[in-house]
Design a protein around this ligand. Sequence first.
Ligand code: NDP
Length: 444
Amino acid sequence: MSYLQNVLSQVEAKYSYQPEFLQAVREVFESLAPVINKNEKLYEQEAILERITEPDRQIQFRVPWVDDTGKIRVNTGYRVQFNNAIGPYKGGLRLHPSVNLSVIKFLGFEQVFKNSLTGLPMGGGKGGSDFDPKGKSDREVMAFCQSFMTELYKYIGADEDVPAGDIGTGAREIGYLYGQYKRITGLYEGVLTGKGLSYGGSLVRTQATGYGLLYLVNELLKDHGDGLDGKTVLISGAGNVAIYAAEKAQQLGGKVVTMSDSTGWIYDKDGIDLALVKEIKEVRRGRISEYKDAKPSADYHEGRGVWSVPADIALPCATQNELLIDDAKDLVKNGVKAVCEGANMPTTIEATKYLQENGVLFVPGKASNAGGVATSGLEMSQNSERLSWSFEEVDAKLKGIMTGIYQNIAAAAAEYGMAGNYVAGANIAGFSKVVNAMIAQGAY
Ligand code: NDP
């Protein structure tokens, strides 16, 4: 049995109860096979695969908070500090009822490679809670955030671990978390990113993941002699990533015809009215079904279905495992040219393979959605310098980083004889830098 197979079997046996984490490890290992096999002796001696699949530490804690009726409620909080070989741990906090240790470990593991790909000095981590901000009052969200930070503050710091937003953690939650950190520690430091502009946040952070995704899509299409102008685009989700992906797609001449949330999806043949989606989601915190109330010419469907619509480009921007094998078959049947992930691991391994085998240009989230964490890295730099850069300055840096990521993953895939396999390219490019740093720093 090869070294890679051996470690994979060990991880599968040890963490058989963590399906999302194992899915991420399998996907990464499979595409890294050529690199690992080439360096097998060294990596085995250094126990690289054993070390890279075991977090530096994982913290789990009780989060008690008082609801509006005066009752004490209890959630579970997590922070997984996965790997800090190339910089302080960095990664978001997810607040969603589906959060558990397996989900946080999968996200933290992916984050290690993603952060490496940005070219910025950031290690990987992730955290969150099974708390659901939906339907809670502002005061309840604040009570939860204050309690969560009262425990988390012990483990984070501007040079140690810098959390950010993710599903369910937006500007409001980051504000409450930051306020509590400052209150407990007395430190005014860049310990969180995604902060408001008036207290150390960076311009473009809100737009960064969605804009960055489209900068990468643009570069990918350009490299294949094509462009976004006039293309029909499918987007799933209606959160931070989806909204700003739609905005940039429209700015670049694409026609976005779908968006969704966890209850249903809309199809607007005339192109999505983004101002309306923003009003529903960012202002009213409502459901995507309300789109049809305002625009009766659009279609609304309960449940899933975005990927059944014919289009040139598909951008899954909601959550993990939302693009399944049957969706991939529909997309291919309808002639899709490119699928680029805005969310983390939205495409199952089976669906990814089907898309690749059928000639679809496929870019995994760790490369295509890295614009968010890259801009968080830029926010950290601004906080350290105590400076604020202009929108244009940050946007130009983001564009440069996304272009660089595309070129790196394309080159890494080509170097190992897998030109056009961007999954392999992203894993190889992200992995090599982290591994070199781990070897240089010795056994730890
Ligand atoms: P938001 O919470 O802003 O939005 C998430 C969207 O996805 C909502 O429309 C939500 O619908 C929908 N959604 C969530 N869970 C499900 C589900 N189980 N089934 C169907 N739809 C669902 O999150 P973000 O936009 O920030 O994050 C989206 C994805 O992008 C995640 O995978 C995240 O990890 C990833 N990501 C985010 C980054 C960022 O900067 N924000 C950076 C890199 C990756 P509803 O409102 O009904 O729950």
